[in-house]
Ligand binder design. Structure first.
Ligand code: ATP
Ligand code: MG
Length: 211
């Protein structure tokens, strides 16, 4: 490697991408992003709330704007965390492959690290254009309660070889559980940052049955 090539490599910025429906965002997402940021010395983590998700739709789903707003208030006290409207503003189905291609174009001198929970990583074969995603970023896998890490060995070798698996602590919170708590009148405070909890109450989100 020449000196200039070496320089080019080391000057590349490492950016984490935390994608999700974030319906709502919770401490599991925030903890995963922070663990990955510290473990991999990421310069920043960009949260990308999904727009119209190809995978999810149910009666009580919050709008893309509400999910964006909750994500924005949840990350505001971490100076390494940012948020992108890239999927919020996209009309039609948003695919992670399109998002990554766009982010790679914007951040031309960066290496992208897509942070995912183990549940999402085990589902990679069902993602839209999984091999394109793997060519655009390193998929970083964090632990998720209820999912067994060894199951990764059942993925095909090309996928397995491109994963970066972190040994993180478990946070047993899901957006599904939060929505269920709200629906049944239980408190969701301390599952998610206070501004998110207040946003849910103010906007009366998640009161309808999930169909
Ligand atoms: P839902 O219950 O609606 O599916 P969720 O809690 O799984 O919501 P998502 O928005 O689906 O949240 O997840 C976005 C990303 O965050 C995924 O990669 C998922 O694996 C990861 N993630 C979500 N919750 C946790 C958690 N508690 N620990 C680690 N990773 C998590
Ligand atoms: Mg999920």
């Amino acid at each position: 490697m020449t000196d200039s090539e070496d320089n080019f490599q080391t000057n590349r910025e490492k950016i984490g991408i935390m994608g999700g429906t974030f319906d709502p965002i919770h401490y599991g997402h925030l903890f995963a992003a922070e663990e990955a940021r510290v473990a991999l010395s990421l310069r920043r983590v960009i949260f990308v709330p999904s727009g119209n998700s190809p995978h999810k739709s149910y009666a009580s789903m919050a709008s893309a704007e509400d999910r964006y707003a909750m994500t924005a208030v949840a990350i505001e006290n971490n100076r390494y965390f940012e948020i992108s409207r890239i999927e919020t503003d996209r009309t039609g189905t948003s695919y992670t492959s399109d998002t990554l291609r766009e982010l790679a174009r914007i951040h031309i001198n960066a290496d992208l690290f897509l942070i995912t929970g183990l549940d999402a990583a085990l589902d990679i074969p069902n993602w839209h254009k999984p091999h394109e995603i793997l060519s655009l970023c390193t998929v970083v896998v964090v632990a998720r309660p209820g999912y067994i890490r060894d199951k990764i060995r059942e993925l095909d070798d090309i996928i397995q070889d491109s994963l970066l698996i972190l040994d993180t602590d478990l946070i047993d919170i899901s957006s599904t559980a939060i929505r269920r708590h709200v629906r049944t009148g239980e408190c969701v405070r301390y599952m998610t940052p206070d501004p998110v909890w207040r946003y849910i109450v103010d906007k009366k989100l998640y009161s309808r049955t999930e169909a």
